[in-house]
Structure formats: C-alpha cells, structure tokens
Design a protein around this ligand. Structure first.
Ligand code: HDD
Length: 712
C-alpha cells in the first residue's frame, strides 16, 4: 500500500466524496439553477434601480456578506498539508493504539503549522512559537497531537493562558504591535512570571524564526500516557525530528523577509510539496515506566520542563510525510479543528494542569469559531471511522440518521448503537488512583524555574548564544518602561550572569537580582512564593538542544539563486545547475529583468525573478554565474547596486556564495573581498573543486561560526 498517491488513503477517498470541480460546468445558483447573466443585476430599465426580485443578486451578495468566520483566538495564521504517518517499528510493548502497533501501517494525516500571536494575515517570519498540529485519521477514531516546535510552555497552569495571550497579543488600546512579542505588556507579564524563563530561552533563540516549516521539530510538550494491552502504563513525550535538520534564518533576515515575502513559509511548504520534495519527520518517543515517575529532578507533570535526551533517549518509531497540498484553504486548513482531547485507546492524559485546562478549551473555541456543535461533520474533521451516536440536530447537521430512537438504552432501535467492550476497541480511561484535598495551589515540585533555562542556554553554540542575547536586546529595547527591562534582566541573572550583564549593558540598566525586586512587587505576586533557589540542572549540557548538532549533509530542496545576464557562459551555467539539481537543490534564475536571457552558446533561459522583484533573503545560497559579458551587463550603473546589494546581504546573513569564472569585478566590489579571513562559505574561480565546495557550504546551512568576521 502506498499513500504517496491517494490510492487506498481512506481520508482522501472520503474527502473526494465532498469535493467538486467547476471544470466544464455551467454557472448555477446555490439551488442548482443555471445562470444566464452574471454581469448585470435585474433593473427597471437600463439606467433604472435594481429590483428586489433579483434573487440571483441577493443570493450572491448575501453569501458574500457572510463569508468570514472568526479567526482562531491564537494560532490564527496557518499553513496545512495532507500526508501519511508510517509505523516503522511497533510500539505494541507500550501502547495498544493500533496505528502505533501494526508494523508498516500507514495512517492518513493532516498537519497544520501556525504562528501563535499574529492575525490570519500577518507575516510568517514573526519571532514566535510555531504550532505543529497533527490529526491522525486512525481506524479507531481521530487522534490529534496538538504540538508546538518548542518542547516547553510559558505557564504551568491553564488558568494563566488568557493572561499570557492578552499580554502577547497587540496592546488593547491601540492594537499595536501585530505578530510581535517586542512590547511592554508581553515583557511586563513575563518579567513577573519566573516559570516562563525556560520558554523565553527557546523563544529568544533562533528556533522562533525557522528557515522553513519543513525544518522544525515538533513536540507534544506535555507528558502523555501510553497504555498497553496488559494495562501497563508509561509516561510518553512525543517528538518529530525533521529529516532536513532544524534550521533558522537570521533575525535581520526575518525582518526583511517579512517585507519581501510575508508568505515565505506558506509558499515554501506549498512549493516543496508541488515539487515532490515531500517534507519528512522521524517520529520519536521518550518512554518512562510509570514507576519511574519521581526519578527526575523536575516534575513530569510540569510543562515548563523537558526530559533531557541524555536521561531518556528518543526512540524512533515512524515517519511523517506530507505529500499533498490542500485543494481549498478554507475548507481544509481553516476549518480543521484540533483538540488534545481527541485520543484513542492506548493513549491517555496526565494530570499536567496545563493539559487538563486545554481539554476544556478546544471544543469550546470551535463552537465559537465554526459556529455549531456539528463541526465534526465538516469533511476535513470527519473520522474515517463512521460516527454512530444519539447526538442529534443543531445548526448545519448533515448526517441523516435513520430510525426512531435517539436515546440509550432503547428497545425500539434494538438497543443500537451498542456500547463497545474494551476488546472491541471501546475506550476506557486509565484506572488511576486519585485522592487529595480540594486545593487551589501550585505543587511544590513545580517550583524550579531556572535550572532548565540554564541547561538550554549552556547547551547552545557560541553563535546561538549571541543570537539569543541579541534577540533579548532587540525585544527589550522596544519596551518603553525601564522597570520592566530591569525586572527581566533580574530574571536573566538567575540563568546566567554573563547573559544578564550583556543584555543589561545594551539596555542601560543595572543587574539586580530578584530579592531586591521583590520589595517592589504586590504581596500577592506568585513571583515571591514561586521563586526557586539557584538550582543547577542534573544534566548540564544537552546536545539535542543546539540546532548546530542537527545539520544534515544535504542540500535537498535548498533554494539557490543564480545571478546572470545576457551572454553568461551557457555550458558552465547549465553544468552547475545540473550538479546542484542532482543533489536535490532547486535553482532559480535571477536576471536584470524577467525577459529571456541569451547565453553565449545561443541558448535561452527564462529567469524566474528580476534583481528588483526578489531579494537575497529569499534564497539559501547564491551563485554569480560565469561569463565576461554577463558580468559587464551586471556592472552597468542601473544593475550594479542591485547585484552588490544582493551579494552583500547574502554575505551578511552567512550564506554560501559561489563566484564563477570572470566574476572578479563583482567579487572585488562586494563586501566579500573587503574581509580578510578564511571563509568556508565562499567559493571562487580559484578553488580547486568549486562545485563540491559550494555544495558542502550549502549543506552546512549557514556559516554562523564566522558571522562576526563577516560582519566586522
Ligand atoms: Fe493551544 C490552538 C498548541 C496551550 C487553547 N494550540 C492551538 C494550536 C496549537 C496549539 C498547535 C493550533 C491548532 C490548529 O492549527 O488549529 N496550545 C498548544 C500547545 C500548548 C497549548 C502545544 C501547550 C502545551 N492552548 C493551550 C492552553 C489553552 C489553549 C493552555 C487554553 C487553556 N489553543 C487553545 C485554543 C486554540 C488553540 C484557544 C485556538 C484555536 C483552536 O484552539 O482551535 O483553544
């Protein structure tokens, strides 16, 4: 069975039943009446008033007036794709969930990636967490893993979620800023919430500005539970690891991309799938036997903590592949409704108070967003297992349930639908012993807010640390209230004094630890009570936390910009292009205009871009194509500053650049020549094996290690 096509994909087959195409069809009203004139309304005389009778006009305008639904209160901006999850190793020892036990089983999925804070029309490149929500259409019902690209969360208890979201969203008086966390209300809240500091380390790292949705990890965040056939329980943390490695852009680049192509991630995902470069992730789990729950120096129920991979390795069990773009954004990506409470036998919740609150929120929000308790009947949300129950009616009900009884027990309907026994796949919750006093308090085991923030910071490479410091400086420079900056720097001092000093210096504030700050806080602030002593993490460094260690030796699907003009060296251009494409890269031509370029061998190539219609930030690497006349054309006044800007920007952003034969003049006029140092990212006509060197450089993603030298 192969689900790379839609053959045997039950979800695709189901969606097909609801799909339609207008090809070769006549225009009709919603009642199926063929329309003869869609250009003019019905009027009393050529220049007279429109008639109320015009039901065609009324239907069209009324439908249009109601086309919008509320955007998601968070994660409003999203990009989705269909795909398949394939199990490569059975998890039967740990769970009875069938899609995780039957080796080789393929399960249809729909994945929606999102930013969190911005509105539906905001930029893709905001500094933000990315949602990574996966709906598995299993034969036992829908299973949703509503994940993020960061493995921890800002808060420990769902009751704080509205506060967090109100703080990060645009400020309520002037609705500024859009899709950005660099403002007073966000940092005011964060500076008063020590529990968010681990998350802040991730958010200020380059993980929050991914190069591509295809190059992000996915994390279930909470500990969940696996239950096997014998009833044995394991805590489980879910991971998706991208086959292309985890990569980011530079912050300066992110800001520029937001201007040049605010759909950068959406476009990248769409094009990769259209090109057959199907995004792939390894699916992994960390498994902890129930009896080992208390063996860690943190609480497994605390969503601000990871389980370091050095303590519990991630074991890989499957592959997630996205292989089909949606046919209709609204019908699929917008109307899909995820819910962490959509689970199946063999998977269960833990008492993580953030997860417990989420279990309420998601259905509730769909009711307001999609407008009816029947949102499960929208094609993208339908289970491939048919639905049989006694829930009835409501807005937009579609299922026509036959028979007289809609209650249970009944005899009129022969007792149907029957409850399912466990052996028949009936869901039962884990029989967990629970006892306790009714109490509105935080567990003392949650009171350690800095040790894993230290672990994260200490595990970063030198360039990653610098980027993180710069991100904090950028964000806090936008904060107008000095006391908020100071309070946040006071928090950083608990993580790393050097980090705190570096940030403080650029903000012009002093480093004062929290004891001092506590004096100025309201008595009921949980910061006083929840402030932890300076604890050290059990694991000091975790290689898995640095993106540097995820680099894969591949240039697959990387976008290489070829800069050329008329009379470029045809043989050399085609040879370089062929070699890069053979490695899976995507080459796009950039010329002085989009008119066809004549090469010196008489052949023609049509550029996709002109120097002024795109920018170097949209590419992973640049090749300045060989050819004396081509270079001469690029060097004439109207082109020169555009080409040099292209090269200098790519250089600043630490990309690989290839200078072909005869391009010395461009090289010497650019910033590349001005810097005197060994640069593994630069390939020139003087290099012995230039194409191989160029390929190696692209595969490294960026030469972050010499960023300082490049930008000196
Ligand atoms: Fe949430 C959407 C992920 C905490 C309430 N969340 C939403 C989406 C993702 C996440 C990926 C977008 C789903 C889609 O593409 O449609 N949320 C998370 C993660 C969390 C988390 C990983 C912490 C571990 N969320 C969280 C809390 C609450 C919510 C604590 C409320 C108590 N989340 C929502 C929501 C949304 C949502 C309001 C908005 C749109 C939607 O649900 O369908 O219910």
């Amino acid at each position: 069975m192969n689900m790379n096509t839609n053959e045997h994909n039950k979800k695709a087959e189901q969606l097909d039943l609801h799909s339609t195409s207008n090809e070769n069809e006549k225009l009709t009203t919603n009642q199926g009446l063929k329309i003869n004139n869609n250009q003019d309304s019905l009027k009393a005389g050529e220049r007279g008033p429109s008639l109320l009778e015009d039901f065609i006009l009324r239907e069209k305008i009324t439908h249009f007036d109601h086309e919008r639904i509320p955007e998601r209160v968070v994660h409003a901006r999203g990009s989705g794709a269909h795909g398949v999850f394939k199990l490569t190793k059975s998890l039967a020892e740990y769970t009875k969930a069938k899609f995780l036990t039957e080796l080789g089983k393929e399960t249809p999925v729909f994945v929606r990636f999102s930013t969190v804070a911005g509105s539906k029309g905001s930029t893709d490149l905001a500094r933000d967490v990315r949602g990574f929500a996966v709906k598995f259409y299993t034969e036992e019902g829908n299973y949703d893993l509503v994940a993020n690209n960061i493995p921890v969360f800002f808060i420990q208890d769902a009751i704080k979620f509205p506060d967090l979201v109100h703080a990060v969203k645009p400020e309520p008086d002037n609705e500024i800023p859009q899709a950005a966390s660099a403002h007073d209300t966000f940092w005011d809240f964060i500076s008063l919430m020590p529990e968010s500091m681990h998350m802040i380390m991730w958010l200020m790292s380059d993980r929050a500005i991914p190069r591509s949705l295809r190059m992000m990890e996915g994390f279930g965040v909470h500990s969940f539970k696996f239950i096997n056939e014998a009833g044995k329980v394991h805590f489980v943390k879910f991971h998706f690891k991208p086959r292309l490695g985890v990569h980011s852009v530079a912050w300066n680049e992110a800001q520029m991309i937001s201007g040049v192509d605010s759909d950068f991630h959406k476009r990248d995902l769409w094009e990769a799938i259209e090109n057959g470069d199907y995004p792939e992730w390894d699916f992994g789990v960390q498994l902890i036997p129930e009896e080992d729950e208390h063996k860690f120096d943190f609480d497994l129920l605390d969503p601000t903590k990871i389980v370091p991979e050095e303590e519990v390795p991630v074991q890989l069990f499957g592959t997630l592949t996205l292989n089909r773009n949606p046919d209709n954004f609204f019908a699929e990506t917008e109307q899909i409704a995820f819910h962490p409470g959509h689970i199946i036998p063999g998977i269960d919740f833990t008492n993580d108070p953030l997860l417990q609150g989420r279990l309420f929120s998601y259905t509730d929000t769909q009711l307001s967003r999609l407008g009816s308790p029947n949102f499960h009947e929208i094609p993208i949300n339908r289970s491939i297992n048919t639905v049989h129950n006694n829930q009835r009616d409501g807005h937009m009900r579609q299922q026509i349930v036959k028979g007289k009884s809609s209650y249970e027990p009944n005899s009129i309907g022969g007792g149907c639908p029957f409850q399912a026994m466990m052996s028949e796949g009936g869901f039962t919750s884990q029989q967990e012993r629970v006892s306790g006093v009714k109490i509105r308090e935080r567990s003392k085991s949650f009171v350690d807010h800095y040790s894993q923030a230290k672990l994260f910071y200490n595990s970063q490479s030198a360039p990653e640390k610098t980027h993180l410091q710069n991100a904090l400086v950028f964000e806090l420079s936008k904060v107008t209230r000095p006391e908020i900056r100071e309070r946040l720097v006071g928090q950083l001092a608990y993580i790393d004094t050097d980090l705190a000093w570096k940030v403080a210096e650029k903000l012009g504030v002093e480093v004062k630890k929290l004891e001092w700050l506590n004096q100025s806080l309201p008595a009921d602030s949980n910061m006083i009570e929840l402030q932890s002593e300076e604890r050290e993490p059990h694991t000091k460094i975790s290689d898995a936390l640095s993106m540097k260690n995820t680099v894969k030796n591949t240039i697959k699907s990387r976008k290489i910009g070829f800069i050329l003009a008329n009379r470029a060296d045809g043989g050399a251009v085609n040879d370089l292009k062929a070699k890069l494409e053979a490695e899976g890269a995507r080459v796009e031509l950039i010329a002085t205009s989009v008119a066809p370029v004549k090469l010196n061998d008489g052949s023609e190539l049509t550029p996709k871009h002109s120097l002024s219609s795109t920018a170097s930030v949209c590419f992973d690497a640049l090749a300045i194509c060989p050819g004396e006349d081509s270079v001469k054309e690029l060097m004439i006044a109207e082109n020169k500053h555009l080409v040099l800007h292209f090269i200098n920007e790519a250089y600043k952003h630490c990309k690989a650049i290839y200078f072909g034969k005869d391009t010395e003049v461009l090289y010497h006029n650019s910033n590349v020549a001005a810097k005197q140092h060994e640069d593994p990212g630069i390939t020139t006509w003087e290099d012995g094996d230039p194409v191989d060197k160029f390929i190696q450089a692209i595969a490294q993603h960026r030469v972050w290690d010499i960023e300082k030298e490049r930008n000196a």
